[in-house]
Design a protein around this ligand. Sequence first.
Ligand SMILES: [Zn+2]
Length: 126
Amino acid sequence: MTDDPDRLAQLKSQFPRIFEHSKIHWGLEYGEGWDELIGTLCARLGTILAETPAGIIELHQIKEKFGGLRFYYELKNVDKLHAAQIAVATQQAEQASFGICEACGEPGTQRNKGWICTLCDRCAMD
Ligand SMILES: [Zn+2]
């Protein structure tokens, strides 16, 4: 479920502005259940960045950690207002990830399977 070049390529073609300066070296480090969440986040970031034509977002990592999404990025030429909007959008997606099964996208909760992950009842039994 990590390092899937096809999913990353799909995001790049869908959200060129967001991934144009991407420095993601290890692919997408989260399960497909969060694809929709990431897509929604990227669309929001695109809307915010559309208001700052010179703004650049450099993505460093999109990964799962302790059952939650972590979205690491750096901004360039982005004013405070839009930087704050991007931070809020990112935090909301990170919060939402704790309620979404990372495997299938259904409502999920944190499980301890030797490590903490967010899964629905069905996927937790696999
Ligand atoms: Zn599931």
